[in-house]
Ligand binder design. Structure first.
Ligand code: F6R
Length: 259
């Protein structure tokens, strides 16, 4: 695992956009897994800025899989993650709606296994962009989630519902359940890129990166992945004991070694 501490959320966005773009340039038919929430916003805006100023690659042949989706919101609900990712990124990158996939919520009981088949059917995810919850959740795998879990229904913790209340008119409107890629599903992606910004994420990042591998901190599962990168701003990095070493590694990295 590589940990890169950067000076601001905009620098995190720049490096994250570089990584995603380099994969799409190498594989124009790349399968890209995307997170929603506040953290990826600057990265998405940077990808759009480059695309619209003709500096970015062509995304026409890319396929996108979202990490998770709330249960109980209509498919066209503006707060559904499917609508959110279209509004915040994929529409502006020119991706056709049928290349942007989310769990099929018409039958919640089957949604998990169907989503797994869909991901497998396109050959798996090339790069998965991830955020992290203040409770250490990854996608909506809350503490206690099996490290081998596949896409399924999860119940959101009160902490996650509180954190996400800012996206809804009132806290009662935050759904109680979600269909989420499992920790085992995320592990199958060929590359993981976890981004975190702000002091509120410092504890979760320290636990995920330097704590024990445990379902009590679901994001710690990234320690098992052969190609995982964590991009953090200095605030989110502030709980890391080995921060000096990570900075040294990044500063002395050979030119040929990309993220
Ligand atoms: C969203 C997701 C969540 C968020 C996490 C952090 O698709 O899977 O795990 O990444 O809750 O959210 P923000 O970025 O809003 O702090």
């Amino acid at each position: 695992m590589e940990v890169v501490a950067l000076s601001s959320d905009l620098e995190v966005a720049t490096v994250a956009a570089d990584v995603i773009e380099s994969i799409v340039r190498r594989h124009p038919e790349a399968v890209v897994g995307l997170a929603t929430g506040s953290t990826p916003g600057p990265t998405y805006r940077e990808l759009i800025r480059r695309h619209q100023s003709d500096q970015g690659p062509d995304y026409d042949r890319v396929q996108v899989f979202i990490l998770d989706e709330y249960v109980g919101l209509a498919p066209n609900h503006p707060k559904s993650y499917r609508q959110t990712i279209a509004r915040e990124l994929t529409d502006d990158l020119g991706l056709a709606p049928d290349r942007v996939h989310g769990p099929d919520m018409s039958d919640v009981r089957e949604a998990g296994s169907r989503y797994e088949s869909k991901i497998t059917g396109v050959g798996g995810i090339d790069i998965q962009l991830l955020g992290i919850g203040t409770d250490g959740h990854l996608a909506f795998n809350e503490p206690g989630s099996s490290l081998a879990s596949l896409t399924r229904l999860k119940t959101l913790t009160p902490e996650t519902r509180r954190d996400n209340a800012r996206f809804f008119a009132c806290s009662e409107d935050v759904p109680r359940h979600a269909i989420t890629q499992g920790l085992g599903t995320i592990q199958r992606a060929r590359q993981l890129l976890l981004i975190a910004t702000g002091a509120a994420k410092a504890g979760a990042i320290a636990a995920a990166v330097e704590g024990p591998l445990t379902s009590s901190c679901p994001a710690s599962v990234i320690q098992l992945h052969p190609h995982a990168t964590v991009l953090v701003d200095f605030d989110a990095a502030s709980g890391l004991r080995r921060l000096e070493y990570y900075r040294h590694v990044y500063e002395t990295k050979p030119d040929w070694k990309s993220i």
